[in-house]
Design a binder for this molecule. Structure first.
Ligand code: 0CH
Ligand code: SF4
Length: 322
């Protein structure tokens, strides 16, 4: 990438890290491997990750995306998405004799384990997250009687706890770090004894992408975030960019969604992408910008990511017994 701005000052900053996280990489690979090992069709409950392009590409290869397991023929293979499922969904799949492949991100599973552990100790669990999001449905489904969903600082006033010495907050993995801290602050005003999660629930990838966009945003007239509208972590990147000083920011699935008017009077364009977004879509945006004079591209790097997760065990080569 060349980093010198053109004579008219046009330049592009690209955030790093951006795009696929370890959990998404594993989930997409799980569907590809399932197709390879078992042949089409392979059913997937919900979108494997919240990205239009990923879902369309896998559909073309024989994945069939359904909303619920009752749409999967008895005995067929179903993949659970990266966002995780509640125990009720696992039971439904079992009742239909489905072969399940669990692509839940291990970092989402970690939050499930925390919910189970605190529920066993009969804590009230204040789960910070977005109502209706699949991850929240899965996580709260582990202990519905113990979990109260808190969407924002304004919600804190509605929280009721049984024993103030046994209250913990946990969260969805893909939230804004700053907004979550505001919510927790409001919760702590209601319940000063509120306990913190044993470790961060907002995952490394969500945090890293927000740190990178924050580093870049103050220099940007415009920040383009590549991601789908139902991708929580991608939507958060637009909000974080604006809060960090970008003059404007938009979420786009594809370069073709860029409105030429957004570029009026713009010199520095920032580009980043959500954790469910393939790099090819970022390349499309960079090509679009290059064709319009934004040829100088510089990466703004705030972290190097090396984490990878093994494929779901149902897809690993079985060990030959000796
Ligand atoms: O950001 P959300 O959770 O909406 O999901 P995504 O866009 O599919 O990104 C991957 C996160 C999956 C679960 O943490
Ligand atoms: Fe896992 Fe975080 Fe990626 Fe979600 S965003 S799949 S929790 S690594």
């Amino acid at each position: 990438m060349s980093g010198t701005a053109g004579p008219d000052g046009k330049r592009v900053l690209v955030a790093k890290p951006r795009g696929y996280c370890a959990g998404v990489d594993r989930a997409v690979e799980a569907v590809e491997q399932a197709l390879e090992q078992h042949g089409a069709p392979v059913y997937v409950r919900k979108q494997i990750v919240h990205n239009k392009h990923v879902v369309e590409t896998l559909s073309e290869r024989g994945a069939v995306f359904v909303d619920e397991t009752d749409e999967v023929p008895e005995g067929a293979i179903v993949v659970f998405s990266a966002h995780g499922v509640s125990p009720a969904v696992r039971d439904e799949a079992k009742a239909r004799s489905l072969t399940t492949i669990d692509a839940t991100c291990p970092l989402v599973t970690k939050v499930h384990q925390e919910v189970k552990r605190f529920a066993r100790e009969d804590f009230d669990i204040l789960l910070v997250g977005h109502a209706g999001h699949e991850e929240v449905e899965g996580t709260s489904g582990e202990a519905p009687a113990n979990v109260q969903l808190v969407e924002s600082a304004a919600d804190a006033a509605n929280v009721t706890v049984r024993d103030p010495s046994k209250v913990v907050w946990l969260s969805q993995t893909t939230l804004s770090v700053d907004e979550t801290m505001e919510t927790v602050h409001a919760l702590r005003e209601q319940v000063p004894t509120l306990q913190n999660p044993p470790s961060d629930d907002i995952c490394y990838a969500t945090q890293n992408r927000q740190v990178a966009v924050k580093a870049m945003a103050p220099q940007c007239d415009l920040v383009l975030v590549v991601g789908s509208p139902n991708s929580s972590n991608s939507v958060r990147l637009v909000e974080v960019a604006l809060q960090a000083g970008a003059k404007a920011s938009y979420l786009i699935d594809y370069a073709r969604e860029i409105d030429e008017a957004w570029l009026d009077g713009v010199r520095t364009v920032g580009v980043t992408s959500g954790a469910s977004v393939p790099e090819v879509l970022v390349r499309g945006v960079l090509d679009y910008l290059a064709e319009r004079g934004w040829e100088s591209v510089e990466e703004v790097t705030t972290a190097e990511e090396t984490l990878t997760f093994a494929l779901p065990r149902e897809l690993r080569p079985s060990r030959v017994a000796r």
